[in-house]
Write a protein that binds this ligand. Sequence first.
Ligand code: NAP
Length: 249
Amino acid sequence: MSKLRLKDKVAIVTGAGRGIGLVTAQTFAREGAKVALCDLDMPEMEAATAQIKQAGGEAMAVQANTAQRASVQDLLDKVMAAYGRVDILVNNAGIIRDKQLLKMEDADFDQVIEVNLKGVYMCTRLVAEAMAARGGGVVLNASSVVALYGNFGQTNYVASKAGVIGMTKVWARELGRKGIRVNAVAPGFIETRMTEGIPDKVIEKLIEKVPLGRMGKPQDIANAYLWLASDESSYVTGHVLSVDGGAVT
Ligand code: NAP
């Protein structure tokens, strides 16, 4: 019989109400983790936690804004009260506000940096302290394929996702001796609400450039997070794992 890969681990997954975060939370729960789902939207998460519990897993939902210190502190306090520790943090929450540079408003730039960059900093700043106090943990950050090659209309998003790679490498160095591994995943184009609005013609062009010939599914990314969260990757830190069908080769 195969062993559960995250048995008794406690995981926080941000942006877990839908998309990649939701499937990651479900996958971690199936592998034995107690999962705290965090999102701005409570009804989506309540449905998700109910579904996880129905399937025999353990989960809780916490409404939190990852970009606000008080909100993240409240999230951490609730998880510590319920489960007593945090072993895994998946910094998945992210947003897009796409516009070409010459049409971009400062607010579009600021909002994306606030959530995608400062939110990842804020969650890690607080959660890594709790992990260090207990002797270790795993931090996983959502970057993107576009951080590696740029993308039309995404000055703000690409800046944030490239910044996430930089922070991942800094934290791997700073936190390694404290038993904390820090890695990033760079997804290609994945079928979620974030990519729903891309016109079919553009999608066809994108797929033409993907050696595996298809868009990714949230489960493709969740599987990468699972491996990086598990002890199977215990000598891997500071790495950026592309999960993009070969788009960046
Ligand atoms: P998604 O379907 O849009 O889901 C993102 C979730 O994050 C939403 O539930 C959203 O909640 C939540 N969220 C946004 N801001 C938040 C905040 N400040 N605090 C807490 N939760 C917040 O996105 P996805 O496609 O699953 O993407 C997940 C991550 O992977 C993102 O970081 C994204 O940049 C990255 N990624 C995605 C792709 C792709 O092709 N889909 C490619 C590369 C990287 P609300 O809806 O309530 O705002």
